[in-house]
Every structure is written in C-alpha cells, then in structure tokens.
Design a protein around this ligand. Sequence first.
Ligand SMILES: CC(C)(COP(=O)(O)OP(=O)(O)OC[C@H]1O[C@@H](n2cnc3c(N)ncnc32)[C@H](O)[C@@H]1OP(=O)(O)O)[C@@H](O)C(=O)NCCC(=O)NCCS
Length: 194
Amino acid sequence: MNIRRAEPKDLTKIQQCNLHNLPENYHMRYWAYSFITWPEVSYLAEDSSGRVVGYVLSSIEPDEQFPWLQVGHVNSLSVLRTYRRLGLAKRLMMLSQKAMTDSYNIEYIQLHVRKSNRAAFTLYRDKLGFQIHRKEVGYYGDGEDAYSMRITLKPTSFSHRLGLRFQAFVYARQRAVANWTLKCAKRKLSCTLS
Ligand SMILES: CC(C)(COP(=O)(O)OP(=O)(O)OC[C@H]1O[C@@H](n2cnc3c(N)ncnc32)[C@H](O)[C@@H]1OP(=O)(O)O)[C@@H](O)C(=O)NCCC(=O)NCCS
C-alpha cells in the first residue's frame, strides 16, 4: 500500500473511488481546483497496481463568521469496502490534518458527517478527537441531517483567544456602521427621488 499526496494526474482514479463509496459526488473541476489551490492537504492510498483505494480531499476556507480567519475543511473521505478497518482512513486524515496545520495558519478543521454514518462518526469523534459543533437539519440532498464537527489542533493561549474576541468585536462594530451608513444613503436617495 502506498500513501501519498494526491495530484491532478490522479483525478480520474480518485473520482472512481468517490463514486463507489459515497452519494456525495463532486464535479472534476472541483477536484482539480482543490488540488491546484491547496496541493498539500489532499492524500490518497493506492494498491500495488496503482488503483486508488482511499482518499481524503481537503481545502482551506475562510471562517463563516470571521472571514479573516482561515479554517481547514475535509470535503470528502472514503476507502473501498475491501480495504476498510485497516486504519487507512485514520492515516489519511492524520496526514491531511498535519499538512493543514503545518502549511496554513488555520484556527480549526471542520467537516460534515451524516447523522446515520456510525463508522465515520466514530472515526472522527473517538479516534481523531473531533467534537460536534452543531447539527445541520436537512443538510444533505436527501434531507438527512448532518453533524458539523470541529477540531482545534494548534495550542490556543489565553491572549490568542482574547485577540480573536477583540477582532470579532471590531468586525461587528464595522459591519454595524457600514449597515447604518448604507441605510442612511438609501433613505437620502429615496427622499431626493420623491
Ligand atoms: C468511514 C470510512 C472512511 C472509514 O474508513 P476505514 O479505513 O475503514 O477506517 P479506519 O480503518 O481508519 O478506522 C478507524 C476507526 O474508525 C472507526 N470505524 C471505522 N469503521 C467503523 C465501523 N464500520 N463501525 C464502527 N466504527 C468504525 C473505528 O473506531 C476504527 O478503529 P478500530 O478499527 O481500531 O476500531 C469508510 O467506512 C468509508 O469509506 N465509508 C463510506 C464513505 C464515508 O462514509 N465517508 C465519510 C463521509 S463523512
């Protein structure tokens, strides 16, 4: 078994593995975009014939609430049925996590998992230390709920957390001022026009 970083040349084989294992499938363009933009963070496992038997596809994104912060995102993980329970998914996840924290200044890593997916949920929570951040109702195409899970890998000091809170406060104030200015401008414009 060979485990290595995924590259654009592996696209077709990875997609085949994805189609075998998961109902959530991505367009080739998305895989290509990810590998080119964040080449360090996606990994694959291949057998002796070069067939991809497992992969993890990750990316780096802005935080939803505080967009100046970067977060790691695990978009897709799967292992072919005959290669399961050998520790492959755990190994792939750990490599991707390490690459995300070594190469990017991320605050945490997040992912979504189906509520009914015992295998993946156990892996994330019990073996890798992810915690449930929130439940997202009807997240998947077929209406199933997802758990949004997160893990913080870098040590966060009190002053770092305080700094983040301060940044969040400043950001919220700036948004409030911008919204108020916009509202005033709109009111002024409608008065001028009428
Ligand atoms: C989830 C998945 C990636 C796990 O792959 P894997 O290579 O078999 O996982 P690992 O061998 O690394 O397992 C690590 C741990 O995860 C947990 N785990 C894995 N499969 C499990 C199962 N069927 N039931 C319960 N726990 C399971 C166990 O704690 C396991 O440790 P252990 O073997 O020491 O008990 C694989 O089952 C899969 O591809 N499923 C379909 C696709 C999918 O659901 N992807 C995740 C989308 S969020």
